[in-house]
Ligand binder design. Structure first.
Ligand SMILES: *Cc1c(COP(=O)(O)O)cnc(C)c1O
Length: 438
């Protein structure tokens, strides 16, 4: 048997995996066409046509509207800005609570804090890693105003139950679709089920403009509010009057023409890029299944859902495999394979939540006088999420264009190698310990 790379043997994968994203003449042509006009942004903050942005921004928005079959799409300069604007649009403010899962990118929760409102973390389902609807009711208080659901890793959250609870308790639903453009739940695209859906176009997402995002909704009033918030609403609000001007303080969340142009070319590739993710993920699953390693649990996909594999999640059982997850990951990394452990720390364990201070020094929003509840961010509040992060989850981004099945083969061989080199790994670990003790 070949010696493990971690113990000085040869790597399975010598050359790095090809990087993402890949641009071609389509993006180049789009970007150059903007440079030729000399107009890098078409936005002006007054009540004119320019309030809605330039030609490329509006073209990108039209494309989103067509694809998702929604009434409104608003291009914005990040998904974080989009989440902030969406929460402003539904008028979240001091004293309000918003339910959010702790297993997500930090911005899903910080967008709530930005409104002086309180993120209430509700645990995840352990099969698909998204907000657990059975645990939502227990977290609802008279202060709860909305549920911010995240379609994590590309698999939709259980929207049917979540929408049912939202309806019963009259809560708004914001869908963070940053990791799941094109994913579907009961044949509906995620982002079209709740009140507003937010997509990210940052460098690392399935399609990218470097930085950027898009908010979609079928609600005219919410769309107008997002447009105002995006572009200095306070100076326009007299001319474009929403039902209430509360929460219409404006920001500069405007997308440039250059980004939108690249976005137009990228968006046309969404289905193709998604198909290739799914094909590679299915192949990876098939190959891993054949290895039949008890202790590796492969991604669950609900019958009602289309998974778009922003990353490929694997649950790891230390007892069944016999080596710790972190040692397994270290060993496979040494073989040249990019696996990561745990995804992000449960958000509430970050210092800002533990110390309950996030801007200024008065402790708002946690100590805000309008807040009548008490935020609870103690370790242990979301045990499933903590177990996934600290013990069980492995994620990898290898299922994406321009990788091909041959690349996946290397990964499978590396997995096999580590599993069969288990004893050597354990022996080496023992030796290290003994030496350290001396
Ligand atoms: C990437 C990401 C965001 C933030 O996106 P930006 O466009 O970088 O602001 C928000 N939520 C989730 C789940 C993400 O993965």
């Amino acid at each position: 048997m070949a010696k493990l790379a971690l113990l000085g043997g040869k790597k399975i994968r010598k050359k790095p995996f090809p990087s993402h994203p890949v641009f071609d003449d389509k993006e180049r042509k789009e970007a150059l066409s903007v440079l030729d006009t000399g107009q890098l942004s078409g936005f002006i903050a007054n009540a004119s046509n320019s309030f809605y942005g330039g030609h490329k921004v509006r073209t990108l928005e039209e494309e989103f509207k067509k694809y998702f079959k929604v009434k409104h799409a608003m291009a914005i300069n990040s998904a974080t800005a989009g989440l902030h604007a969406a929460l402003a649009a539904i008028n979240i403010g001091p004293g309000d609570e918003v339910i959010v899962p702790p297993y997500t990118m930090s911005a899903s929760a910080s967008a709530i804090l930005m409104h002086n409102a309180i993120p209430v973390f509700v645990d995840i389902q352990e099969d698909i890693f998204t907000l657990d609807p059975t645990k939502i009711k227990g977290a609802i208080t008279p202060r709860t105003r909305a549920i911010l659901v995240v379609h994590l890793f590309g698999h939709p959250a259980d929207m049917k139950l979540i929408m049912k609870i939202a309806k019963k308790y009259k809560l708004k639903v914001i869908e963070d679709c940053a990791q799941a453009p094109g994913a579907t739940y009961n044949e509906k695209y995620v982002g079209t089920i709740g009140d507003l859906g937010i997509f990210s176009l940052n460098q690392h997402k399935t399609i990218t403009t470097g930085e950027g995002g898009v908010v979609i909704t079928n609600d005219d009033e919410l769309a107008l509010r997002v447009r105002l918030i995006r572009n200095h609403g306070e100076v326009i609000v007299n001319d474009l009057t929403p039902k209430t001007i509360s929460g219409i303080l404006g920001w500069n969340y405007r997308m440039t023409e250059l980004e939108a142009a690249v976005g137009i070319a990228q968006f046309k590739k969404l289905d193709k890029l998604t198909d290739s993710r799914i094909e590679l993920a299915d192949y990876f699953t098939e190959r891993l299944n054949k290895l039949n390693i008890p202790g590796l649990v492969l991604p669950k996909i609900y019958d009602t859902c289309k998974h778009v594999y922003f990353v490929y999640p694997i649950k790891y059982n230390k007892e069944k495999i016999g080596i710790s997850r972190d040692l397994f990951v270290k060993a496979i990394n040494a073989e040249g394979v990019p696996f990561g452990y745990g995804y992000v720390r449960p958000i509430y364990l970050e210092p800002m939540y533990q110390k309950q201070i996030c801007y200024g020094n008065k402790g708002c929003p946690f100590n805000c006088k309008y807040y009548k509840g008490k935020a609870n961010y103690r370790k242990g509040i979301c045990p499933v999420c903590e177990r996934m992060h600290f013990n069980e989850l492995i994620v990898t981004g290898i299922c994406r264009f321009p990788l091909v099945k041959k690349d996946i083969n290397d990964v499978v061989i590396a997995v096999e190698k580590i599993i069969s080199g288990k004893k050597e790994l354990l022996d080496a670990q023992q030796n290290n310990r003994r030496q350290n003790e001396r």
